[in-house]
Write a protein that binds this ligand. Structure first.
Ligand SMILES: Cc1ncc(COP(=O)(O)O)c(C=O)c1O
Length: 383
């Protein structure tokens, strides 16, 4: 820091505000680099000229995410949706085609239909399991322009799984780019780039940051051309992550392994308990031996994740269950430390009225199972 000796009050005040990044400094508040001390004298340098282009806070978080995803390049964005939109806007133009999951996160479909279609980009919807069918290769080879396939596995909310190794081969055979939304498993549960995907997009809003207190997204790739395109799109579209979220997300990664491990243990125990429960008509969890996703999931996932989807009899049964439970809260996000449940029909997902996606928190497993068992007991006791 500049010595403040001999300066007037205002100069001393300005000088007292640190400008250098020192080791251990808890938060980079992302100055806009308007002050001369931040701008490199090398006028050819593109680094740290303006916070929307790059800044030390992002680079720390991006390096950490690169380690977790096994990616050479990571670009952080302001939300999971902006990771998706930045990627698709940078890879597609009029005459190209995007294939989106018909059963994945619904706002990705909406963006494709409402925004990309208007730009002259063709939109096709295919289910997650459909992307693993033999007929998918045939469909891909007939699509016009450059083709980008967005897969989401396990899909939100059905938790269907597609074989990413096989899908990458099918896509690459026709020159299509495979983008995988890795939100539900996080890189601790699955690393799509190692399985052949070209790009990972994800919402870090969920289990990765894990405290339901920030929105963030990221794009991970080892393809330098794609990385340059998405970085440019982030710069020009301004879909950036704020400094506080950057710091908070990076700080939260330290406990992600512990938290995610408990999410997964709780989800497995809950799925086991609910299978065959009289109040539960069906259970989906990729880690259940009887689940249609199990064989492929055990080949490509390191952990099966913290989400369990169940079917109750009706919307009323869901409301009774949540109000009888002490530990389960009704909420639409997932991946937080608290166990939450979301009745997906309210958002228009093509599921039954009683379909519920449960996001297991990090409570003690026994406490969670006891509470849910008791809350569900109320649904069957009157029968
Ligand atoms: C699979 C998936 N992708 C993307 C998103 C969007 O993430 P965000 O809410 O951080 O924009 C979500 C949000 O729930 C999601 O579930």
């Amino acid at each position: 820091m500049t010595s403040a000796d001999g300066y007037g009050d205002s100069t001393r005040c300005v000088s007292s505000v640190g400008s250098a990044h020192s080791p251990g400094q808890p938060m980079q508040l992302g100055p806009v680099f308007a002050a001369p001390y931040q701008l490199s004298e090398d006028e050819g340098s593109e680094s740290d000229t303006y916070a929307r282009a790059s800044n030390p806070g992002w680079r720390g978080l991006e390096a950490a995410l690169g380690i977790l995803e096994g990616a050479d390049h990571v670009v952080v964005t302001g939300s999971g949706m902006s990771a998706v939109t930045v990627t698709l806007r940078s890879l597609l133009q009029a005459g190209d085609t995007v294939v989106v999951p018909s059963d994945g996160y619904y706002q990705v479909r909406r963006y494709a239909e409402e925004a990309l279609a208007l730009l002259g980009i063709g939109v096709r919807e295919v289910s997650t399991t459909g992307m693993g069918d033999a007929s998918f290769a045939e469909l891909l080879s007939g699509l016009p322009g450059r083709v980008v396939v967005v897969a989401e596995t396990p899909s939100n909310p059905m938790l269907d799984v597609v074989d990413l190794r096989a899908l990458a081969v099918v896509c690459h055979r026709v020159g299509a780019i495979l983008v995988v939304d890795n939100t539900t498993p996080t890189p601790l549960g699955q690393r799509p780039l190692e399985l052949g995907a070209d790009v990972v997009v994800a919402s870090g809003t969920k289990a990765l940051s894990g405290h339901s207190d920030l929105l963030m997204g990221y794009i991970a790739t080892s393809d330098a051309d794609i990385a340059a395109k998405v970085e440019r799109e982030r710069l020009l579209s301004g879909t950036v992550l704020g400094p506080f979220e950057t710091w908070l997300a990076h700080r939260s990664l330290g406990t992600a392994g512990l938290r995610f491990g408990r999410h997964c243990d709780n989800a497995q125990a809950l799925a086991d308990m609910l299978s065959g429960h009289p109040a539960v008509m069906s259970v989906r969890y990729p880690g259940l031996h009887t689940d249609p996703s199990y064989v492929v999931a055990s080949e490509q996932m390191h952990r099966f994740g913290g989400l369990v989807s169940i079917e109750l009899e009706s919307a009323a049964a869901f409301h009774s269950f949540v109000s009888a439970s002490e530990l389960v809260t009704s909420a639409t996000s997932f991946g937080g430390i608290h166990t939450t449940a979301d009745r997906r029909a309210r958002w228009g997902d093509q599921v039954s009225e009683g379909f519920v996606r449960i996001s297991c928190g990090i409570e003690d497993t026994e406490d969670l199972l006891t509470d849910i068992q008791r809350a569900l007991g109320g649904l069957t006791s009157g029968r």
